[in-house]
Write a protein that binds this ligand. Sequence first.
Ligand SMILES: Nc1ncnc2c1ncn2[C@@H]1O[C@H](COP(=O)(O)OP(=O)(O)OP(=O)(O)O)[C@@H](O)[C@H]1O
Ligand SMILES: [Mg+2]
Length: 301
Amino acid sequence: MSVTVQNLTKIYGAQRAVDRISFQAKAGEVLGFLGPNGAGKTTTMKIITSFLPPDEGVATVCGFDVSKQPMESRRRIGYLPEHNPLYKDMYVREYLAFIAGLHKLANVRQRVGEMIEMTGLGREQHKQIGALSKGYRQRVGLAQAMLHDPDVLILDEPTSGLDPNQLADIRKLIRQLGQEKTVIFSTHIMQEVKAICDRVLIINRGKIVADDSIEGLQRRIAAESAVTVEFEKMPPKKALAGLPHLRELRELGKNRFQLISGPEADLRAAIFDFAVEHHIKLLELHKEVYEIDEVFQKLTQ
Ligand SMILES: Nc1ncnc2c1ncn2[C@@H]1O[C@H](COP(=O)(O)OP(=O)(O)OP(=O)(O)O)[C@@H](O)[C@H]1O
Ligand SMILES: [Mg+2]
């Protein structure tokens, strides 16, 4: 495991900003950190990157305890902080070379060039950071995080402020990075989690309320399973209503129905057999799934 977090807790006065959080992340995995404002995402990330000490619990990065061996763990982390602090009066290349120097990299010129290429900064590379648009500053932040080729990337809202084209590019980049590295990124955007992540951690008021794949979450949250079907002509309704596992039959329109069952059942096969048996063609057959934002609302409200 490249990142392990065990019972991590951060207390501010009377508030448990992070409350006994535990999770693990491995290489080749993109872990989405999802939660409403104030949930504790940034605080958790600051602890993993040794910017904040935990009040309780242990976090390790590539086997190094972030409290006891912060230099060792930080060497293996690339971090894009929430507000992406940059030196605005430095030039893009100059800044990246400066960061490369801090990491004592040998091949500074080459590595800076690679990062500029990778993050699509080519056309902006000779500008002052202060003169860049927000999206391009975000790219500089990402380039900075990846310079020393770390095993673990901690990205706090990496796509905030990006236009749709940039969004697509950066998401693709994060997915690519996630093939080899461990990527933990936070976001409020459900679609983003769906587009990028293998796994999602939903955090609410300092606690983890879900740790699962997107499909797993959708299954878990479903109180019922609904299948919509349209027949070419009116089917014998009594026979349809007699399908096993069926809880409710809703008529949606001409020859269209919604069939409700428990979340464990999938009525599609039975409907298909029914149609064949009664010699009625199927024009539509699909299972409704909960969208990820509904899952999020259910878990964090
Ligand atoms: N230095 C601090 N002093 C007091 N309270 C703090 C401090 N830093 C964070 N908190 C509180 O801890 C809680 C978690 O904050 P955190 O920044 O981790 O949330 P977040 O999930 O990143 O939210 P957002 O989505 O808005 O970025 C919040 O209620 C916040 O007010
Ligand atoms: Mg935050």
